[in-house]
Design a protein around this ligand. Structure first.
Ligand code: ADP
Length: 588
């Protein structure tokens, strides 16, 4: 059975086309054909593309190269065979280069059938190869898309698990530890999370290594966070707030592991990293910590995708830590407020009870109206007066404390005040609270008069005396020394309060003057508010003076107040800045 074949002749001689048709039929084809010899007709014929094009090389009005260009330009895959009378070797090669599938001479037309068949088969094979290639590319694309979708899915799952951890509790240490164990191995081989403490030191909150064999190294690193001013890359990120990505750590640095000095990065030398990424944890423009992701094999890299994912993780972690800290602070503030209210209402109720008692007593006496009671009446009224004065002072103190909490300045009521007499009076009042601890005042001068706010200074002294008594064991003595000193062209009044009490841990010495700060030594002792020293410092500093402390745990504490008697211009501000002469934690 003849094979139907749609043929387009590009030929100006009908007789030659006839000859070709003859050969094709001989070769078993049943040609359906058309013949063109101009570009215009050629283009028209391509509208309904043939299965094969047989083109004469030499046409008066048309050129084979041009015909090939048109076929290529239209993206048609049609076998194109050049059939010509004469053609040189070079021209033939050029024709093939330009896309012709074959060429033959008109006096060798007997080959036409097999040439067409071969060209058709070659085209068919080419089409199949292309189809197979397209299918392969399509498969690869689908696989890549599936892998990308799976990876995106995993990232989403990771983030949602991280979010669940970050919102699971307000204990942020436990929360960060769980997070580190999620991040290693998902994002890196090791994950470290550090947080900056209130005092500026770095606290290592969490470290997780995917390989349990590294547990000892990880534990060691957990115990040794970097110093804030060290060369450690984590310390650097915490200082600058800038992320750091080191993609490749040079071989010689990895080999140096274990030999690095303390100053050199712990992370670099202890974990044998091949690369690391450190991102700051930032909230409200402040760096509060850092998350470090360390890789220990060259087969893994911090890709842009994991960097972006870690950035998101860092953002969420920072917010969670911030929330947990704010919650902690608010709880602490509530606790302190309640403690403060309990303590202050206790202090106010005592004199109030006594006032009531005195008033009732006097009422009864007045009712009985016998004259011998006049003397006692006067005494009772004097007690009421003094108790009312005490309560007024306590209420004033309450107002000052409220102002201190709001960061306000005190309005001082300066008047000539004798510090010697004041210290003696306040000491007497404080001694009334207890007989277990003795309070001795040593005065080096008969009087020390300055232009001070008497009520406020009395409060400073009673804070210091009461603290000394409160934090001292029974049968010990508190010594108060009042003296005068000439220094730097000024005369200073000095009150030194020395106790033999429990002392204050060195690490907390700078903090005891902060509002609400109660040192760890206060636990188990009489209740307090943590406001006494803060308020004392404010009063003394507003007088242009200083208050300092020297203490050793178990040996006792000495608080020293310096007050200028004659102020020269400029001295007030100079005193407010701690200097070598007036360190805040050591006596002069
Ligand atoms: P508080 O009401 O707790 O006494 P303060 O502001 O007066 O508050 O003192 C702050 C902290 O300083 C106290 O909680 C205590 O830890 C410590 N402190 C103050 N004075 C002494 C002292 N003389 N001896 C030991 N610790 C003291």
């Amino acid at each position: 059975m003849a094979v139907p074949l749609k043929v387009l002749f590009v030929e100006d001689r009908p007789s030659d086309a006839e000859l070709m048709l003859y050969e094709l039929r001989q070769a078993g084809f049943a040609p359906v054909w058309s013949r063109v010899d101009t570009e215009h007709d050629f283009r028209l014929a391509l509208d309904s593309p043939p299965e094969v094009i047989l083109a004469d090389y030499t046409l008066p009005q048309f050129n084979v190269f041009h015909a090939l260009e048109i076929v290529r330009g239209q993206g048609l895959d049609i076998p194109f065979i050049i059939v010509t009378g004469t053609i040189g070797e070079e021209v033939a090669v050029e024709c093939i280069k330009q896309g012709a599938d074959d060429y033959l001479l008109k006096d060798r037309l007997a080959r036409l059938g097999s040439a067409v068949r071969q060209a058709l088969e070659a085209k068919q094979a080419q089409v199949e190869r292309r189809k197979a290639e397209e299918t392969r590319v399509q498969l690869i694309r689908e696989q890549a898309a599936r892998a990308a979708a799976e990876a995106a899915q995993q990232r989403l799952a990771f983030l949602s698990e991280a979010s669940a951890i970050l919102t699971s509790s307000l204990d942020y240490q436990a929360m960060l530890q769980r997070l580190a164990h999620l991040a290693a191995p998902y994002l890196a081989d090791c994950c470290i999370i550090d947080i900056i403490q209130d005092d500026g030191t770095i606290r290592r909150m969490a470290i997780a290594h995917a390989d349990p064999e590294w547990k000892d190294v990880a534990d060691n690193l957990h115990r040794h966070p970097p110093r804030p001013d060290s060369d450690d890359p984590i310390a650097k990120v915490l200082r600058t707030g800038e992320p750091e990505l080191v993609s490749v750590i040079p071989e010689h640095r990895i080999e140096k592991q274990g030999n690095g000095s303390d100053e050199e990065a712990h992370v670099l030398y202890a974990l044998h990293p091949t690369s690391y990424l450190i991102l700051p944890l930032t909230v409200r423009g402040q760096t509060i910590g850092a998350i470090s992701l360390i890789l220990t094999t060259t087969s893994r890299q911090h890709s842009p995708v994991t960097v972006a994912l870690t950035e998101e993780l860092a953002r969420r972690s920072a917010t969670a830590v911030d929330n947990a800290r704010l919650y902690e602070q608010s709880q602490e503030a509530i606790r302190l407020r309640d403690e403060f209210l309990a303590s202050i209402s206790h202090d106010l109720k005592n004199p109030l009870g006594a006032i009531k008692g005195q008033a009732q007593l006097l009422q009864r006496r007045v009712k009985r109206e016998y004259l011998s009671a006049a003397e006692r009446l006067v005494k009772g009224l004097a007690t009421i007066d003094s108790l009312a004065t005490k309560m007024t002072a306590q209420i004033d103190e309450l107002l000052d404390l409220a102002g201190l909490q709001a960061g306000q300045h005190l309005e001082l009521h300066r008047q000539p005040t004798d510090l010697v007499a004041l210290a003696q009076r306040v000491a007497e009042e404080c001694q009334q609270i207890t007989e277990q601890v003795g309070l001795r005042v040593e005065v080096m001068v008969p009087e020390l008069v300055g232009n001070w706010d008497q009520v406020r200074l009395a409060r400073v002294l009673s804070n210091l005396f009461e603290n000394a008594i409160k934090y001292s064991p029974h049968e010990t003595t508190v010594t108060v020394v009042v003296k005068e000193e000439e220094r730097a062209g000024n005369t200073w009044a000095i009150v030194e309060v020395r106790d033999q009490g429990i002392g204050i841990p060195e690490s907390e010495l700078t903090r005891i003057f902060e509002r609400f700060y109660r040192a760890s030594n206060a636990a188990g002792h009489r209740k307090g508010t943590g406001l006494g020293l803060a308020s004392s410092r404010q009063i003394v500093e507003q007088h242009g003076g200083t208050i300092t402390v020297y203490s050793r745990t178990g040996e006792g504490s000495t608080f020293t107040v310096h007050l200028p008697i004659i102020l020269t211009p400029g001295v007030e501000t100079a005193l407010l800045t701690p200097s070598a002469e007036h360190p805040s934690t050591a006596p002069d």
